[in-house]
Write a protein that binds this ligand. Sequence first.
Ligand SMILES: Cc1cc2nc3c(=O)[nH]c(=O)nc-3n(C[C@H](O)[C@H](O)[C@H](O)COP(=O)(O)O)c2cc1C
Length: 398
Amino acid sequence: MLSGKNILIGISGGIAAYKICELIRMFKRQNANVRVICTPNALNFVTKLTLQNLSQNEVGIQEFDVADFKPEHISYADEADIMIIAPATANTISKIATGICDNLLTSVVCAFKKPVIIAPAMNCNMLDNPVIQGNLKKLASLGYKILEPESGFLACGYEGKGRLCSLEKILEEAAAILNSTGTKKKYVITAGGTVEDIDPVRYISNYSSGKMGIALADEAFFQGNDVVLISTVDVKRPYKVIKVKSAQDMQNAVNEEFETADCIIMAAAVADYRVKTKSDQKIKKTNDDSLTLELIKNPDILKGLCERKKEEMLKQVKHDRIIVGFCAESENLLENAREKIQKKGCDFLIANDISRKDIGFSSDYNEVTILDKTGGIKKLERASKNEIAREILKEINE
Ligand SMILES: Cc1cc2nc3c(=O)[nH]c(=O)nc-3n(C[C@H](O)[C@H](O)[C@H](O)COP(=O)(O)O)c2cc1C
């Protein structure tokens, strides 16, 4: 899967640097081309000679070793298909997050327009530091793929979270991102809970955090696709994000983007109802003990898309597009999901059990059941939303 791919590995000065020697061999065994750049501090942990022999390439350290007309950092950035920074020290992470380019590695990553994987490794207290956590969050929000460090016995003698994730995980991530099929699709993905105004200060909404939809969009992007995220949650990403508020806003954006989409995933929690007449002024408290709001149905975006797809395919004006719905249920999950996929007419339905506290809304984890229109069912056991997202993309593309 990695044969002929150009992998650029950036090593910074952490104790886990020695493990990267084996990572280079793993990539080489897959017939990938590997180039290595190191921060000067990394050379305290591994030697240039070792890295050079394992990668069978010159190792870059000095930014000012200009071999031709193109500065080194631009050449490295242009040639690679993916960059992996492992181990990423607290120092290097923080420099990347603030745009500091004071060595070859940080300059290359700044000029790098393709996917970047960052595998942090450090002492658990360093990792726990809010500044480092903030920088990691910032990088994740900018589209860098952060591979969570693991917990265990650390080289510094502490026990805690901070170990470099497994080398297999880094290899798998790179392979998933570089995507063996190479066929680029346009994914339109919705995320978050819609907000229906009652008056200028009050609204009706739900607890959806948008994390599942965002994880799907990130995975689709990392696999080399064009992605449009239609979200009620404010996020900064290297792909197109359309910020919406109400179900009607979402429907407008979805209808427009569906025109050119290959796959649409409706992970957002769209309010079923909105108030019939939104008040322009704040509704005043009265002496009455109750207040009645009249609600009317919101458009059924998913159903509308399925009907449109059917019509367009009958008229042969559009190619087949995959439509994926989500259903959040607090009881009778499978029964309700089976009924919903029939009613809506979508290709796949992802059923979520929202009664559980350890998965679903706001959690970073999920456990879902994928139903397809032919009656097939597949359960995905509890895993991080990113892992669930990857499995969902795999299933719907099979
Ligand atoms: C023995 C030793 C081990 C270290 N291990 C780590 C580590 O695992 N992670 C980390 O963030 N910093 C670690 N450091 C500190 C970094 O080397 C230091 O912050 C350095 O400035 C990083 O530079 P660089 O990011 O340019 O490579 C270690 C330092 C020493 C002396």
